[in-house]
Every structure is written in C-alpha cells, then in structure tokens.
Design a protein around this ligand. Structure first.
Ligand SMILES: CC(C)(COP(=O)(O)OP(=O)(O)OC[C@H]1O[C@@H](n2cnc3c(N)ncnc32)[C@H](O)[C@@H]1OP(=O)(O)O)[C@@H](O)C(=O)NCCC(=O)NCCS
Length: 334
C-alpha cells in the first residue's frame, strides 16, 4: 500500500490503469477520466476539499487504486472515496486493504461518515455486483438509490425544436443565459447562492450530508480545474425578471474518457419558480449548444434519485433511458 501524490509518473500511471480496468470491468456503462484529468484532480489545491490517493501492489505490480476527497469548508464530517481492483487480483484482500487505508485516514482526520457509490443492475439486489457485495460485507448501508440514465447522442435536433416550442410559452417570463467554461461575472454571486440550496432541494435519502458553502473562489477554482482537466462544460441558467438566478443546469464532455461518455450535472429550480417548464427549457438549450459544438455518437450520463419524479419526467421527455442503478452507500467511522 502506498500513497499516490500525483508527482511520481510511474506510480500514477499504474494507479490510473488499475482504476480504469477495475471500474470498467463490472459495468458496460461505467466510464473513467483520463490520466491527465486525474493528475489535475489530485494535485490542484482547492479551497473546499483535499484529495488523496493510494495504490495497492501484489507481487510488486499495482493492482488496486483508491481515492478519497475530504471536504473541509462544509461537510467536514465526511469522506468520499472510490476504489477498484483489477479482475485478476480480486478476492485476495486487496480491496479490503485499500479500504482500511481510507478508514484509517478518515479516523485520523476525525471524520464521522464515509460514503461511496457502486453500480448495480436495474432489477435485483444492490449487492448483485462485486462493489455492492464488498461494501455490504464491510458494514456499509445503502443511504440512497439512484437510477442511472443515458441519452444516446447526438440528440435529434427536431425533438429539441419541438420541445423549445413547447416550453417557450410557460417559461417566457424568464431569461435563459448560457456559457461555456466561465460563468459571466454578472451572475456569479447569484449562482453561488443557488448552489447552496442544492443539498436541501435535491433528494439525498439517508445520506449524512449538510448544505454546501459556495464562494466565488470555489466556483472559479472549479471552473479552472475543469478546463485544465480537458473538460468542455455547458451551463444554462434561468434568470427571473428581478435579475436573480433561479434555475441552473450543466453538462460536460471530456477529452479522453475511457468510453467517451459525457455527464449531465445538477439541475435545480428554486421552489417558488417551479411549474414554468424551466427544467426542460434549460436542458433543451444546453443540449442544443452541445449539438452545435459536436455531433459525435456517445452516451450522456445522468443519475436521479429513484423517487425524483419531476426530474425523471424531464429526462424521459429528452429521451434518457434507465440502464442501471447506483447504490450510494455510507458507513459511520466511530
Ligand atoms: C469491490 C472490489 C474493490 C473488491 O475488491 P477485492 O480485492 O476483490 O475485495 P476483497 O478481496 O478485499 O473482498 C473482501 C470481501 O468482500 C466481499 N466480496 C468482494 N467481492 C465479492 C463478490 N464478487 N461477490 C461477493 N462478495 C464479494 C467478500 O465477502 C470478500 O471476502 P471473501 O473473498 O473472503 O469472501 C472489486 O470487486 C472492484 O474493483 N469492483 C469494481 C469497482 C467497485 O465497484 N468499487 C465499489 C466500491 S467504491
């Protein structure tokens, strides 16, 4: 077991290869970031959290990879982690050893709860794949179940035109503002305030999470990190007549993803502004911008808490189909 700092070329490369092989093996819908993106993730200072990584060797070869993120500005009781072991080295205790390193570090930092995610088939038990079985065996419990949806890109431009016509009346009092990469200064404060409501508004099941604190520094650092990771982001917000940002959605595509996937990120409309088709309007706008940027064939991924009917209805209109479930697991560290 050894720490991975991101500065030793050979270890980071082997660590990344083990991660990609381990994660992709169990699910045709799993994807992983390229090496360069992980290097940026691991080495870049950020105000809100600290990243960490470990590699596990068997007979001198790196066969397992773990990473953890330790929030420190909010949710300072939490540790989020991911770990994977190459198929040929499984059931030999490597995963357990990696988890023990994460647990020991969480305790050292005085964390209360560890959390992670594991893929599962659409039907059946959340322990049906190795990840869920492993977490169950190690005392984790499912705190939330998400449905994993994919949209096959490129999306049909005619459908987007049809949906634009459908939402233009109900959402007409709001202005949609879009950008790639960097939020215009004018909206940045208002967007931070909206981000802070996310944990209260989005379903979080039994997860031990609290509201996030968003500063302009955090937002700007995140944008720069994305850029340096090779990500192209598309954001659209809804601005109400008094000039406040009351809705947001985002998506990103990244150079060099193992399976070339793209990701839809959080979508939120303030409760007092719901009922105007803003969720659909923002997502349609964002997909139109993506289509204008490139029309490659690939999967766009999103995850919705399984009871989140309004968000699922929007995604279904856009053509997203459920392919898997994701168990969000947690365990106390006491
Ligand atoms: C989950 C994973 C990391 C386990 O790695 P591993 O090195 O095989 O784990 P261990 O050998 O330490 O397994 C410890 C125990 O977990 C349970 N377990 C692990 N894999 C299992 C499987 N496929 N089926 C049933 N139980 C399993 C068993 O109880 C096992 O003990 P045993 O082998 O003595 O029966 C590996 O399967 C993997 O990389 N999966 C893909 C990534 C993933 O899903 N990660 C989820 C957590 S972030």
């Amino acid at each position: 077991m050894e720490p991975v700092t991101g500065h030793e070329e050979g270890v980071l490369t082997a660590w990344h290869a083990a991660l990609v092989e381990g994660v992709l093996h169990d699910s045709p819908y799993a994807d992983e970031q390229p090496l360069e993106a992980f290097r940026v993730w691991l080495t870049r200072e950020r105000v809100e959290s600290q990243p960490q990584a470990w590699a596990a060797r068997l007979d001198g070869t790196v066969v397992g990879a773990a990473s953890a993120l330790w929030p420190r500005q909010d949710n300072a009781h939490l540790g989020e982690f991911e770990l994977a072991v190459v198929p040929a080295a499984r059931r030999a205790g490597v995963g357990t050893e990696l988890l023990e390193a994460v647990v020991a570090e969480g305790r050292r930092r005085g964390r209360r709860t560890l959390t992670t995610e594991a893929a599962a088939p659409l039907a059946g038990r959340l322990t049906a794949l190795p990840g869920g079985a492993f977490l169950d065996r190690h005392g984790f419990a499912v705190a939330m179940t998400e449905l994993h949806y994919v949209l096959r890109l490129p999306v049909d431009a005619a459908l987007l035109d049809l949906l634009t016509a459908e939402v233009s009346g109900p959402s007409g009092a709001y202005r949609l503002v879009s950008w790639t990469g960097r939020c215009p200064d004018e909206w940045v404060e208002s967007l931070c305030r909206l981000h802070e409501t996310f944990m209260d508004q989005a379903p979080t099941g039994d997860l031990d999470v609290e509201a996030e604190r968003w500063t302009v520094q955090r937002l700007r650092e995140g944008e720069q990190r994305m850029l340096d990771q090779g990500r192209t982001t598309f954001d659209t917000v809804a601005v109400c007549p008094d000039g406040q940002v009351v809705g947001e959605t985002g998506l990103m595509v990244q150079r060099g993803m193992a399976r070339d996937g793209g990701f839809q990120s959080g979508t939120l409309v303030r409760p007092e502004h719901r009922g105007h088709r803003l969720g659909l309007a923002m997502k349609v706008r964002n997909l139109q911008r993506l289509l204008a940027h490139d029309d490659r064939e690939r999967l766009l991924h999103t995850w919705n808490e399984q009871g989140n009917a309004p968000m699922i209805a929007v995604n279904t209109r856009l053509g997203f189909e459920p392919v898997e479930r994701t168990g969000v697991w947690q365990r106390p560290l006491t």
